[in-house]
Design a protein around this ligand. Structure first.
Ligand code: NAP
Length: 259
């Protein structure tokens, strides 16, 4: 992909990617580092320092890649993030929030109401709903006011209430819906405080990562994207968003998704 990463902005871009240790986030980091227009990528994940792929990218790209081993559900880590970015003197022109959880130890998407627990709701909401908007709050001081900036957060089509015909996956669906509302609300405020900035929610398609691995059986091969393909598609969508799109929810192909 060529052309500017952010519409109307040709200067070197400083980017922060969360969920950077695997899956779509790692593919975004790789795609960004291949682009000349990217000055620096800040890569955040709890396991950022233990990730061999990120270590190899540091070997190849040196200071263009900065790792941040942080947990987005930890307030102290979020408080330290803006300082860690500022330590490199960077304003952030692009934030790509690709951290998310569908299943983990003791966490499974629910097939029926009977299996829904308070604990699963809290775990899913902590990362899929609360973390994106608290990340936005933490990074607000690093967003430029005198240049375009994009904050793009990965949601999921299953977070669309209008599109929900299958049911199930209560906690994940609801947490993504809540993320959509929280960032849509911030986008309205952002229009006043940072009129050149854009905040969007993105659905990456069904992507072959650890997150989707247990649920791929019924996905036709042509509809199961590689992480690299999804990353390129998402960057193409980001590159064509403008403040007029701010607060919107878009799929990997740029089409709008109903709330
Ligand atoms: N894959 C799909 O088909 C699909 C479809 C729709 C939407 N999405 C969304 O796309 C996003 C990326 O999904 P993916 O498939 O790439 O997932 P993934 O492969 O499971 O990667 C998740 C990333 O999030 C990080 N992470 C998890 N908990 C964290 C925490 N508490 N603090 C900071 N980072 C944390 C993980 O790193 P550490 O464990 O090192 O922290 C990892 O880098 C998610 O929001 C997901 O909901 C994915």
């Amino acid at each position: 992909m060529t052309g500017p990463l952010i519409a109307g902005f040709d200067a070197p871009v400083h980017v922060l990617v969360t969920g950077a240790s695997r899956g779509i986030g790692l593919a975004l980091v790789k795609a960004l580092l291949r682009r000349d227009g990217v000055a620096r990528v800040h890569a955040l994940a709890r396991g950022a320092d233990a990730c061999d792929a990120l270590a190899a990218l540091v070997d190849a790209h040196g200071g263009r890649l900065q790792r941040h081993a942080m947990d987005l559900t930890n307030d102290d880590h979020l408080d330290g993030l803006a300082d860690a970015v500022r330590a490199h003197g960077d304003a952030l022109h692009l934030v790509l929030n690709a951290a998310g959880v569908l299943h983990a130890d003791g966490l499974r998407p629910e097939k029926s109401l009977a299996t829904l627990t308070r604990a699963s709701l809290q775990r899913s909401f902590a990362l899929n709903a609360f973390a994106p908007v608290l990340l936005a709050r933490a990074l607000l001081p690093r967003l430029p006011r005198d240049a375009p900036a994009v904050f793009a957060s990965l949601s999921a089509r299953v977070g669309s209430i209008g599109d929900n015909r299958l049911g199930g996956w209560y906690a994940y669906r609801a947490a993504k819906s809540a993320q959509n509302q929280l960032l849509h609300t911030w986008a309205i405020e952002l229009r006043r405080t940072h009129p050149r900035a854009t905040c969007v929610l993105l659905h990456p398609g069904t992507v072959d990562t650890g997150l989707s691995a247990p649920f791929q059986a019924n996905v036709p091969p042509a509809k199961l994207f590689t992480a690299a393909y999804a990353a390129d598609a998402l960057l193409a969508v980001v590159a064509t968003r403008t403040p007029a799109d701010s607060g919107g929810f878009f799929a990997w192909d740029g089409s709008a998704i109903p709330w």
